[in-house]
Ligand binder design. Sequence first.
Ligand code: AMP
Length: 547
Amino acid sequence: MRGLMMDSPLTLSALLRHTERLHGTREIVSRRADRSLHRYTYRDCLRRARQLGAALRGLGLKPGDRVATFAWNHHRHLEAWFGVPTAGFVMHTLNIRLHPDDLAYIARDAGDRVALVDEVLWPQFEKFAGRAGFEHVIVMSEQGVSPAGALDYEALLEGSEPEPFVDIADENSAAAMCYTSGTTGRPKGVVYSHRSQVLHTMMSAAPDVFGAMNSDTVLPVVPMFHANAWGIPYSAAMVGAVQVLPHRFLDAASIVELLESERVTLTAGVPTIWLGILDYLDANPTRHDLSALRCMVIGGAAVPESMIRSYEERHNLRIMQGWGMTEMSPMGSFTTDRAGAPRSGPASHRYRATQGRPVPFVEIRARGDEGLVPWDGVTMGELEVRGPWIASAYHGQSADAAFTDDGWFRTGDIVTIAPTGELQIQDRCKDLVKSGGEWISSVLLENHLMGHPHVAEAAVIAVAHPQWQERPLAVVVPRANCTPNVDELREFLAVQFARWWIPDAFVITDALPRTATGKVRKLDLRAMHANAYAGASRVVDELPRTA
Ligand code: AMP
């Protein structure tokens, strides 16, 4: 017997139609490039989003065509988030922190026909745009001044009548794309569908997860070009929460000012930002009233227990931790206030320093050398996941070692799983360093270093850092009769990589520790240099810069 329910496709068009009709008067507050505040309603925003859809159609775009964005978090970027997928196109958020060579490759690989670019990011955009193959470049600016050859966003909208959101018949059609760092090879494209976006939105807004409500005011510090912005633009829109967007002003004082003046109740971002804000609040303990803030969701990298404790004890602010991946839309697990979990004191801080339990529909298992490991909180294995908002393949690739034969995705994270389901990330088997929430490939750095005439071998490892969570450290074995100069090695890398990729320290040594099969023992290297950056200072004002 078949169920007799309507088979309405789960699409962002349906989701945003609800927002426009029911939450039209709720507010969207955004900083402009000059730091001033812009305010309008969801109704205004969605009308402009529908104008954008019409304008893109006017440029000749066909369903499924890719539209790239190269922008900070602000109201025009949100219009693209709303207007591009609901016009039947695919929104591809380019990560503004990547190297121009990677950006050129990514835009070509995705087949982006159009790019929407922030005026203030134009100098960075220019470094790769010529190689990216865009047919149209649209500049988002306040003054409507666009560089030669580019279209002006405001003029384009003005010339377009808003059209209704397109009824997307197939909920599995692509809605958005986001690239993830490859360990060795090129970045890989993750393609979200309308269905996966809607299901992810519904679950992330659920009470034991982000728990976004109509009465909330949400400030996503997590960039809209990073890991699908943790789905926040859509979950806030679905429930009609006020959204507050910080543009490029991510320094602690600017964020705190917004949290306070807009009475933000829910916010989300990576630990590096929140470490900076913690220092700022410690230095100005009585100046700010953040009493409206009911929850700070922090994830993207491990959240130190000391940070959870400090915020709670010194500022009465509560942190919940989320773990996820670009390939997972990104939500995977969350530290809920479940029955039986400690609510306060050191036990609660410890609990919330775990990565929490998988959210419904995300299945987890961990695999060790001997097969699947028990959920005993002790045995380590590589985490594998599956679920309706988890990638089943990468764009343009028929097979990838990240996917198991029985349809699970290998995360590259080494975990223990407690009998009660809490995940604890212990290590990472992917050869990457996560600095301030952004990836650095150790393998690419090593390979390049080994091209230096004085270097025989090199290994790059992630070392804990008080500001950036992790920073790369290079261990270098010189060729016979050579003495590599560290400044020279830095310059050698700087030709190829963004400045923030360059290791903070270089250790010159006679030999690298190896396994019986000849592989470099990175675990040993990590243990040997675990405290190398312990004394580094913490001056958090901005995320790592691009090239
Ligand atoms: P991305 O695709 O850039 O979001 O990176 C996903 C990876 O970031 C995961 O596979 C983890 O290695 C790491 N990560 C994300 N969230 C956390 C967390 N809460 N704790 C520890 N590592 C995390």
